[in-house]
Design a protein around this ligand. Structure first.
Ligand SMILES: Nc1ncnc2c1ncn2[C@@H]1O[C@H](COP(=O)(O)OP(=O)(O)OP(=O)(O)O)[C@@H](O)[C@H]1O
Ligand SMILES: [Mg+2]
Length: 304
């Protein structure tokens, strides 16, 4: 038998019938914890770590204007993460980078351990399956009925029969309190209903991460509270990560778990709603106080 044959021969271990059984193999040593992935000196959180999205050194310029200026931000798994800041501070620009609709000039965005920044179209379309996005101004298709708007992602991304798709879309709408409007068009329903239809559409593929861009802007206080409750219920029901872009401090304090404030292209304050309430940062206090969230002032005397 040549050496080559030996290499290919199956390994057969024979043992005499009366020979003692071999001692059991020693238990393998406990596996060392997997080494953390590090990219450019950044520890990359994996798909089960507490951080779902880690943003580091994100820079975005439009001509001479620097909108994101080496921004760092962590967004936490299973939490409702609020990103607040004045109009024009780059909140929508930031969220567009997270789903790869914009490419930065520099920096990293890790989602479940994968860097979004270098991804091409194919990888991005796979990545986007993780996300549900409720755009600022709802962004429903005006020429489609409410039901067809919600069916749209299922028709695009699944091969389910149309009857089943319509059933799922109808159920999602009903869960969100949109009843009897399946065949109406977006222009025939109220702004608050449009937000809920947009949410139903974002939820229909059961995403792990939900991004909301100013979900309550332009709504009255009752509709705002309804949308807040819907976001909180959805977070509880799905256990997913929610990212809410907002300048509504009442909503932030009502349902936020973690709050980050953008200012001049950076996150300047990051913490729990209580930490935000008691922060002495002048820029934050000015923003919160002018937003009319009267619960902010920590010195405010308790009412008798
Ligand atoms: N595609 C673009 N080309 C050039 N400038 C842009 C583009 N998109 C955004 N900007 C600029 O970037 C800045 C941030 O815009 P962005 O829409 O992110 O603000 P925002 O914080 O979401 O504000 P708002 O609260 O009003 O929605 C603005 O000055 C805007 O004009
Ligand atoms: Mg915006």
């Amino acid at each position: 038998m040549s050496a080559k044959d030996l290499d290919n021969a199956p390994t057969v271990v024979t043992r005499a019938p009366d020979a003692p059984a071999p001692a059991p193999a020693p238990a393998p040593a406990p596996a060392a914890p997997a080494a953390k992935k590090v990219v450019d000196g950044i520890e990359v959180p994996g798909p089960t770590d507490p951080v779902t999205i880690r943003i580091r050194g994100l820079v975005k310029k439009f001509g001479p204007q620097t909108v994101l200026d080496a921004m760092d931000l962590d967004l936490y798994r299973g939490k409702i993460n609020f990103v607040i800041g004045a109009s024009g501070t780059g909140k929508s620009v930031l969220i567009r980078h997270v789903i790869g609709l914009l490419k930065p000039d520099a920096g990293h965005i890790f989602v479940d351990g994968e860097d979004v920044v270098p991804m091409g179209d194919y990888e991005l379309s796979k990545l986007r399956r993780k996300f549900g996005m409720v755009f600022q101004y709802s962004a429903l298709f005006d020429s489609m009925s409410v039901l067809d708007n919600v069916c749209f992602p299922l028709r695009e991304h699944t091969k389910k029969p149309d009857k089943e798709i319509r059933g799922i879309a109808h159920d999602r709408l009903t869960e969100l309190g949109i009843v009897g409007a399946d065949h109406k068009y977006p222009s025939e329903i109220s702004g608050g209903m449009r937000k809920r239809v947009a949410l139903a559409r974002a939820l229909v593929l059961e995403p792990k991460i939900l991004l909301y861009d100013e979900p309550t802007t332009g709504l009255d206080p009752i509709a705002t509270q309804n949308v807040d409750e819907m976001i909180a219920d959805t977070a509880r029901r799905t256990g997913g990560t929610s990212v809410v872009i907002s300048h509504d401090m009442a909503s932030t304090f009502r349902i936020g778990d973690v709050v980050s404030m953008l200012y001049q292209g950076k996150v300047i304050v990051h913490g729990s709603p209580d930490e935000i309430r008691s922060s002495q940062d002048k820029r934050l206090r000015e923003f919160v106080e002018t937003s009319g969230a009267v619960t902010f002032n920590p010195e405010r005397p308790a009412r008798a």
